[in-house]
Write a protein that binds this ligand. Structure first.
Ligand SMILES: [Zn+2]
Length: 279
């Protein structure tokens, strides 16, 4: 029963951010004349729809964490349905707020279906920096609407992806909460390995482990420097802990994820490492 209530809670959060996003898109379009939702690069890459989908789905992210509802197939199905309805809502709000120069409301004399057909097929897109106009897109406008729906979905699914990879307590079926974190930067891979390779060779409740976690390593960010982010997570219910390490390598201009070196290690029950993370 509680599980169903939580599912509704998450759906409600996603619905709220979806409606708010649709509202923001339509208000912006009415005020500035710029239609963010259909904004595309090279006509077919739906950047605006992608970002809109991301914003619309943000409610699922926070709702899922708040209600402790893990991302699963039912959430995925919900997100797809609500994404479709949100896109329709954007069209419908555009329709119901469209007023002609002579003060007549479009919705008073054209049905929604006809308006949608006209607005999709008579849309103009511009290409490139020179903003070359494509002219009316005609029936290709339906394809563009489909691309935009895919973009909108991909934006939302990236939120789902964040959720699905978050560490969880399998026993309690809850998302873990970050308790504390540490960062070390090593001048290169060789200087990182005495820490990285040795850390979990030691018992986690022993002094060597604590000393490695507490050690300070601060190399200046430049090519080849290795950054290790260590986060201690805890289950809000059974208090069991997990250490997650993410590794990045500097390529001279920015940090690049070294996903292969990322690791998650479950700490045995009853061991509390918070005191060694906090100075
Ligand atoms: Zn737990």
């Amino acid at each position: 029963m509680k599980d169903i209530a939580n599912s509704f809670g998450v759906a409600a959060c996603g619905l709220v951010t979806s409606v708010l996003t649709a509202l923001a898109v339509v208000v912006m379009s009415r005020m500035t004349g710029f239609d963010f939702f259909t904004f595309s690069i090279w006509v077919v890459v739906p950047v605006g729809a992608l970002l809109t989908g991301f914003a619309a789905a943000s409610g699922y992210y926070f709702g899922s964490l708040y209600f402790h509802k893990r991302a699963g197939l039912s959430l995925l199905a919900q997100m797809i349905v609500i994404a479709g309805l949100t896109q329709l809502l954007i069209y419908y709000m555009g329709y119901s707020t469209l007023v002609l120069n002579d003060g007549r409301r479009v919705s008073d004399f054209i049905p929604f279906g006809q308006y949608l057909d006209i607005s999709l097929t008579s849309a103009h897109y511009s290409i490139g920096r020179a903003m070359t106009d494509t002219g009316e897109v005609g029936s290709f406008g339906y394809w563009l609407a489909a691309f935009q729906f895919v973009g909108f979905l991909v934006g939302g699914l990236s939120v789902y992806g964040f959720l699905a990879t978050k560490p969880v307590c399998e026993k309690c079926n809850l998302y873990l909460r970050p308790l504390s974190k540490r960062e070390k930067t090593f001048s290169d891979g060789d200087s990182a390995s005495p820490y990285y390779d040795a850390l979990f060779e030691h018992p986690v409740d022993g002094p060597e482990f604590a000393a490695l976690i507490r050690s300070e390593e601060k190399a200046k960010a430049e090519k080849g420097v290795v950054l290790v982010k260590t986060v201690l997570h805890g289950c809000p219910k059974c208090k069991s802990q997990l250490i997650e390490e993410k590794v990045q390598v500097h390529n001279g201009s920015e940090w690049k994820d070294a996903d292969k070196l990322n690791r998650r290690v479950t700490i045995p029950d009853g061991v509390d490492l918070l005191s060694i993370f906090r100075p």
